[in-house]
Design a protein around this ligand. Structure first.
Ligand SMILES: Nc1nc2c(c(=O)[nH]1)N[C@H]1C(S)=C(S)[C@@H](COP(=O)(O)O)O[C@H]1N2
Ligand SMILES: [Mo]
Length: 512
């Protein structure tokens, strides 16, 4: 291949990338102007995420942690760029193969948008516009690259400059449009502003204060109250659903005597109560950090259900999020004496956007996937035999009580403390049952009780610590918890699927 032929191929590839880049930018920009929830990139990404088999998703979450969304978007961009480069080359050599590829992208965007929760005719605009822009730009670049390839030696320089300017110019426009699309996500800015404008009422029933002895203040140990900024985040939403509190309402439907609907203003006017509840994710590995404790402000769900009048046949409430995600919660967990809340506040602030602004469910004792619906918009009173929720349809169990567990926070696994007195500390939890004791074991020795911090309530985790006398050499330290009923933590190792991991957390120490 001579130099020019290789250059032509490279520019054809670049033309493909720029054409698809402009197409994506056009789609995102039109979506940003029409409504942020119409983003074709988010729609395609969400479909891909939904279609991923659960083990792949779990693997990705484990691999990328909370950066999983950014990592996913970057991988998606890389895959698209490779296909786009191929489309550029193919359109030059085997037209209309490139146009066909761009059309397939448009069709994928269209199909994805059609499956999302808030479909309307408007949803069709961004993917169709994107495909149109992609095809026109690709054809225009092709014509210029061809006339450069076929130019006489005297004209080649000018033709080459033409290609450079149009493809380069196209790239610049694409970057600018993409930046504009990002910036003009006006909805996001509006939602941030609405959140800043929310004034939470004082709780009619304030939380029991955190006892003085709840915080042991040991470095490396998680605080007993998790700041919202450090609170783990798990959801299937690629872009955070933006819900205007003025527009928000929650409907109770299904097996009820009368459907009821409550607005945000009406909810804030109710006598709200505050309680500390430790949320946990079923995907939390033994020793993992997908768990956090916050002070939630809200109205007990049972009051709203009572207003609707729950029929006898019901045994489950299917809650739906603004983005279509669903959770199935046993009816009794929402109607018994526990503080299952329609929460509006987290640690004294309105809910952060990522944690469900303006309203989410918080149910003590149940994993998030069966209870903690963020951006909640509907409660359908129903039966387990009639309805299934998002994760239940994907191999996780119908009911998800949080399992008794414990964790060593410090020292870190693999640390090498000095021989002698070594402080070991961590967390233990048995939400809605409570913790009676925590024990640690060095190597294969016996179990010994540790010092328990004062707990806040049975619905929250608590800190523990122990000072161990460790000799020089390699050691393991293992922890187990005992719940308020005297049940010991399950030491059999089980994976997170289908209803939460079990096993004991062990760390290795190389004592010096
Ligand atoms: N709308 C919506 N709510 C959701 C989810 C979701 O994917 N979408 N995930 C649930 C899961 S699996 C967990 S563990 C908790 C996590 O809540 P957090 O992100 O506020 O910590 O939210 C629950 N609520
Ligand atoms: Mo979860």
């Amino acid at each position: 291949m001579n130099g020019t032929a290789r250059n032509v191929t490279l520019w054809a590839a670049a033309a493909g990338v720029v054409a698809i880049g402009l197409a994506v930018a056009a789609g995102e920009l039109s979506a940003a102007l029409l409504s942020p929830s119409l983003s074709p990139v988010s729609a395609v990404g969400s479909v891909v995420i939904d279609a991923m088999p659960a083990p792949v998703k779990d693997w990705a979450i484990g691999l990328f942690g909370t950066a999983d969304k950014a990592a996913f978007l970057v991988s998606m961009a890389a895959v698209i760029a490779v296909i786009a480069a191929a489309a550029g080359i193919l359109e030059l050599r085997r037209p209309p193969a490139g146009v066909v590829i761009v059309s397939l992208f448009g069709a994928a965007g269209l199909a994805a948008v059609l499956t999302r929760a808030q479909m309307s005719v408007l949803s069709l605009v961004p993917p169709l516009l994107a495909a149109g822009v992609g095809i026109l730009v690709l054809r225009a670049f092709r014509a210029r690259i061809l006339s450069w390839r076929d130019a006489s030696p005297g004209e080649a320089g000018a033709r080459r400059r033409d290609v450079l300017l149009t493809v380069g110019g196209g790239a610049a426009v694409g970057v600018a449009a993409g930046a504009l699309a990002g910036a003009s996500r006006a909805g996001q800015i509006n939602t941030v502003a609405s959140r800043a404008g929310v004034v939470l009422p004082a709780a009619a029933l304030p939380a029991t204060p955190i006892p003085a002895g709840a915080e042991l203040g040991i470095s490396g140990l998680d605080p007993v109250l998790t700041p919202a900024a450090d609170f783990y985040r798990i959801d299937t939403a690629l872009s955070v659903p933006l819900v205007d509190p003025q527009q928000w309402s929650l409907k109770v439907t299904g097996l009820v005597d009368r459907e009821v609907e409550i607005t945000f203003a009406e909810l804030l006017a109710k006598p709200l109560q505050e309680s500390h509840v430790t949320l946990a994710c079923v995907s939390n590995e033994v020793g993992g950090s997908l768990i956090g404790n916050a002070k939630w402000l809200g109205w007990p769900v049972r009051n709203l259900l009572a207003a609707a009048g729950v029929r006898d046949a019901a045994d489950m409430v299917l809650s739906t999020s603004r983005d279509g995600w669903t959770a199935s919660t046993p009816l009794e967990a929402l109607t018994d004496s526990r503080d299952a809340l329609l929460a509006v506040g987290m640690n004294g602030e309105p809910l952060p956007l990522e944690h469900g602004f303006p309203v989410r469910l918080v149910v003590p004792g149940l994993y998030g996937y069966v209870s903690a619906t963020k951006w909640v918009t509907e409660l359908k009173v129903t039966r387990f035999s009639d309805d299934a929720a998002y994760w239940t349809d994907r191999g996780w169990t119908e009911r998800g009580p949080i399992k008794l567990s414990s964790r060593i926070d410090t020292p870190a696994n693999g640390a090498s403390p000095d021989a002698g007195a070594v402080t070991v500390a961590g967390m233990a939890w048995a939400q809605h049952t409570g913790i009676r004791g925590v024990q640690v074991r060095v190597d294969d020795g016996g179990w010994s009780d540790v010092r328990l911090a004062s707990g806040i309530s049975a619905d929250t985790w608590l800190q523990w610590s122990a000072v161990l006398d460790l000799a020089k050499g390699d050691h393991t330290v293992t922890v187990r918890a005992i719940d308020a009923n005297g049940r010991e933590q399950d030491e059999i190792v089980r994976p997170v699927v289908p209803d939460g991991a079990t096993g004991l957390h062990t760390i290795r120490l190389a004592v010096r």
